[in-house]
Design a protein around this ligand. Structure first.
Ligand SMILES: [Zn+2]
Length: 180
């Protein structure tokens, strides 16, 4: 399978595919980051040097119906000034996560749409529990947003003060979360 075609579909900002390995039906993409280390989190020093490359395996969206695992060769940085070290992170891959956030969101959407967790688990080659956890995480998030106090509306001559700007912000952010 040409690496270029897969690279085009990975679409995870800052990560580049450097190798593709197929294990039967499974596709493993070896990825490395291309973003800057940034400043040291302890002293703000701007000259960290790479120290190690710990690898993590995370599930990601299927390609042409085939399950995909990312083998991310993360960089571990060491500050040249204060010698503290840290491992890089990616917004789609929380620390210790075993799947990308977009894959988890997709499992939750499919579980909600199909209502059959076993079927989604089989389709995506994950366990039933993984689907159930993704579904619960999304349901919890939606519930959390819904249980926020509703914006308080009142007539202009009411003694209550109403922060219209803040209310509209809350409303639009809820709409955004519920629409995915
Ligand atoms: Zn430092």
């Amino acid at each position: 399978m040409p690496g270029q075609a897969i690279n085009a579909t990975l679409d995870l900002e800052g990560l580049e595919v450097i190798g593709v390995v197929a294990f039967g039906d499974l596709i493993e993409l070896v990825v490395e980051s291309r973003f800057d280390a940034g400043a040291c989190r302890s002293c703000g020093g701007l000259a960290p040097e790479p120290k190690e490359r710990p690898e993590v395996l995370v599930r990601d969206l299927a390609i042409s119906g085939r399950p995909v695992v990312l083998r991310w060769r993360k960089r571990r940085w060491r500050c040249t000034y204060c010698h503290s070290s840290w491992t890089e992170a990616h917004p789609q891959i929380p620390p210790r996560a075993r799947m990308t956030l977009r894959f988890k969101a997709q499992l939750a959407s499919q579980a909600a749409a199909q209502g059959n967790f076993s079927q989604v688990a089989a389709q995506e080659a994950v366990s039933y529990d993984t689907v159930a956890r993704a579904h619960k995480a999304r349901a919890d998030l939606v519930r959390q947003r819904r249980s926020r106090p509703a914006p308080k509306w009142s007539s202009p001559d009411s003694a209550d003060t109403v922060d219209y700007a803040a209310s509209s912000v809350v409303t639009s952010s809820c709409a955004h979360l519920l629409s995915y």
